[in-house]
Design a protein around this ligand. Sequence first.
Ligand code: SF4
Length: 259
Amino acid sequence: MATFLFEEIVFGPVKSRRLGVSLGINLLPVDAKVCSFDCVYCECGTNKEHRGGKLPNSSEVLNALESKLKEMQSNHEAPDVITFAGNGEPTLHPEFATIIDETLRLRDAYFPKANVSVLSNATQLGSPRVFEALKRVDQAILKLDSAHPKTIALLDRPVSSAFNVEKLVEQLKAFNGKLIVQTLFTRGQYGGQHFDNTTEEEIADWIGLLRQIRPESVMIYTIDRDTPIQHIEKIPLEALQQIAKRVEDEAHISVSVAG
Ligand code: SF4
């Protein structure tokens, strides 16, 4: 299916389903994908089909960001959020922490009311520099697609065999509530294996982890654009809303739903 790559370091602003008017920052190559997961639903395609590319350095990122912020300021166009997303996992960038601090400085100078958000798969939380940088942003939006290692292996396909859900939960708890958990719900088939993170057992165990992590909120969503594989389902909005209600009733955590 037709997946796509972001072809710029700074992209948008775009109207995001989850975040509002979002100015995007892609810390990954503009012609390749670099990620520590290889999710079956990734809109950028598989890691294998988009290898190579060169990471932008911090000066390239910050110059591109400042020139876009100047342009938006002169057009009286304010972003709700500056979002680190793009062609893979932003926290893999070796200068991630420095870029975050400089972005916070530029945000304060140009659009102090805008949030700085990072969409991350949470695989690099073992790095103190990444963990501390994520604690400094307004919204660290961290992926937890399932409580079950087998489902994560099928759905998110971690590149490293060292990925461990129990360790991840301990790392997420260390944010002391200053994080947003993001979860994509889907079901389907890949490589002869069935995956479904919407079953009763999946939802009950996932809510159990949310009760331990106590994030300030949860974002749930489903596939929106083309994915690398064919046999994958979009979950109906009503089903997502039922999941959200369960989280609110059982864990008392607010949930936003993007169908
Ligand atoms: S974590 Fe995000 S960028 Fe990485 S493979 Fe999954 S969806 Fe794609």
